[in-house]
Write a protein that binds this ligand. Structure first.
Ligand code: FES
Ligand SMILES: [Fe+2]
Length: 439
C-alpha cells in the first residue's frame, strides 16, 4: 500500500527504456525516504554465525544508519538490538566485538543484559524513587532476526515476509557460496571498513550486474601482471549469464561446460583447492549449481554484495546521500586447508582490500558518478541502463532445466533494471516480496 506521506517514486525509474533519474543519487529527501521505506523494512545482512562462536559473544553492526548490537545469548539464541541507551540515546556499546553478558552505558551507567533487558540504573532508589519502569526501558530489539545457513539477517519491520521468502530463489543460488562443502563457510577474523564519497546504490549496482566494467576499469591491474589471471582468457567478459532471482536480488556467472572449464576459469593460486573441493560441491549441488555456474559477483537487495571467486562479502552502509561505508569480510569453506585460507586472505587484500588494486578502480568510478549527479544540469540527464533491454532470454529452462529466475547474457543490465524496479516499488510502499521471482 502506498504511504501517502511519501512522494511517488515509480516515475524516477523507466525499466522498459532502461533509464533512471539521477535525483536518487543526490536528493536528501529521497535519501530520508530510503532509510524509512527500504532500510527500516528490508532484511539486512548483519554478519555470519562464525563471528559469534560462543555464548555471550557479540559484534556491532548497522541497519541503515541505525547502529545495532548482535548477540548470542547464554541460551544460544541470536538477538539484535538498537545500540542506543534508553536514557539519552548514547551508544551503549563502543566495541566492534567481544564477549559480554552486560552492556553499561558510558554516559550515566544504565546497564543492559545481552538479552536487551535494563538490569540496573544508578540511583534507582535515591533519584528515580523506584518509579522508573525497568521493563519498558530495555534496548529496542529488531522485529525479527534469522539466519540462512549461518548468514544472519534482521529486519525492523514486524510485517516483513519470512527470510526464506525474502531471499526467494537467491537463497538457492547463494548455496553456491555458502554450502558447497560440508560445514558451510566461516568468516576469517576482522572486518575491513572504509568510507567512500558515493551514493550507496552505485556499489550495489556494480556488484549486482556490472560485468561490463571489468576489462576497462580493471584493465591496468590485469595488464601489469600484478595478479594471476585465469587460463581461460579467450572471450573473457562475454560468456555467461546475468541471473535475476527476484525481489531485487541478482548475480553474474560464467558458464562451464565441464569440469575442465572450471579449472580454466580458476585463479592460478586457487587451482589446487578448486580440484580438491569440486567433487564434493558437484555431489552436493548437482550439475547446474555444482558445475555449470561459476558465480562472479552479486547483490542481495538492498545493500549486501558478494564476490564469489575472491571469497569476499560486503555491506554498503548508507552514510548520507553522498557517502557510503563499506564493511567487508573474507569467507572460506570451513573445510578449507590452512594454505588455501591464507591464499584467499592475501588475494582478497591485494585485490579488494581498502587499498586493493580493484577496489581503488571501482571506488573512483562510484565517486565520480555520484559527483556528476550533484550538479543541477547533470542531474537532469537520465542515467542509462538500457544494455540488452530487449535481449533477455525468454525461457531460462532452455539453458538448463534447473535454471531459476530471469536471465540474460553476461553483458546485460537486467540486474540493474530489476534492482531499481525493486527500489521504486519499495519506495512507494510495496512489500519487499511483492515482485516474486519473475516480474
Ligand atoms: S545516556 Fe545512557 S545512561 Fe544516560
Ligand atoms: Fe570492479
Amino acid at each position: 500500500m502506498v504511504d501517502t506521506n511519501t512522494r511517488h517514486f515509480q516515475h524516477l525509474v523507466d525499466i522498459s527504456k532502461g533509464e533512471i533519474n539521477r535525483e536518487m543519487f543526490s536528493d536528501p529527501d529521497i535519501y530520508q525516504q530510503e532509510l524509512k521505506q527500504i532500510f527500516a523494512r528490508c532484511w539486512l545482512f548483519l554478519g555470519h554465525v562464525s563471528q559469534l562462536p560462543n555464548e555471550n559473544d557479540f559484534f556491532t553492526a548497522y541497519m541503515g544508519e541505525d547502529p545495532v548490537i548482535v548477540t548470542r545469548h547464554s541460551d544460544g539464541q541470536l538477538g539484535a538490538f538498537l545500540n542506543m541507551c534508553r536514557h539519552r540515546g548514547n551508544r551503549v556499546c563502543r566495541a566492534d566485538s567481544g564477549n559480554q553478558r552486560l552492556f553499561t552505558c558510558p554516559f550515566h551507567g544504565w546497564t543492559f543484559a545481552n538479552s536487551g533487558h535494563l538490569k540496573t540504573v544508578p540511583g534507582y532508589k535515591q533519584v528515580y524513587h523506584e518509579k522508573l519502569d525497568m521493563e519498558a526501558h530495555g534496548l529496542i530489539p529488531v522485529a525479527r532476526i534469522d539466519d540462512y545457513k549461518g548468514m544472519i539477517f534482521a529486519t525492523f519491520d514486524e510485517n516483513a515476509p519470512a527470510l526464506d521468502e525474502y531471499l526467494g530463489d537467491m537463497a538457492w543460488y547463494l548455496d553456491m557460496a555458502i554450502d558447497r562443502r560440508e560445514g558451510g563457510i566461516e568468516f576469517l577474523p576482522g572486518t575491513h571498513k572504509w568510507r567512500i564519497k558515493c551514493n550507496w546504490k552505485f556499489p550495489v549496482d556494480n556488484f549486482i550486474g556490472d560485468s561490463y566494467h571489468g576489462p576497462v576499469s580493471h584493465g591496468s591491474a590485469w595488464e601489469v601482471g600484478f595478479e594471476g589471471m585465469p587460463r581461460r582468457k579467450k572471450g573473457y567478459g562475454y560468456e555467461g549469464f546475468q541471473i535475476n532471482a527476484g525481489n531485487g536480488h541478482g548475480f553474474g556467472v560464467r558458464w562451464a561446460e565441464n569440469e575442465d572449464q572450471i579449472y580454466e576459469m580458476a585463479l592460478p593460486e586457487f587451482l589446487s583447492y578448486e580440484e580438491e573441493r569440486f567433487p564434493e560441491t558437484h555431489a552436493r549441488l548437482g550439475d547446474l549449481r555444482g558445475m555449470h555456474l561459476s558465480p562472479m559477483h552479486g547483490s542481495i537487495f538492498p545493500n549486501f554484495s558478494i564476490l564469489w571467486q575472491s571469497g569476499n562479502m560486503r555491506v554498503w552502509h548508507p552514510r548520507g546521500v553522498g557517502e557510503t561505508e563499506g564493511w567487508s569480510w573474507c569467507f572460506v569453506d570451513k573445510k578449507a586447508t590452512p594454505e588455501h585460507r591464507d591464499l584467499v586472505r592475501v588475494h582478497d587484500l591485494q585485490r579488494h582490500g581498502t587499498s586493493g588494486t580493484w577496489e581503488q578502480d571501482d571506488v573512483d568510478n562510484w565517486v565520480q558518478s555520484t559527483l556528476s549527479s550533484r550538479g543541477y544540469v547533470g542531474r537532469q540527464v537520465k542515467q542509462n541502463l538500457s544494455m540488452g533491454v530487449e535481449h533477455e532470454i525468454s525461457d531460462p529452462k532452455s539453458i538448463h532445466p534447473d535454471m531459476r529466475g530471469r536471465i540474460a547474457g553476461f553483458q546485460n543490465e537486467i540486474n540493474q533494471r530489476q534492482l531499481y524496479a525493486q527500489w521504486a516499488r519499495m519506495m512507494d510502499g510495496a512489500a519487499p516480496n511483492v515482485s516474486g521471482a519473475n516480474v
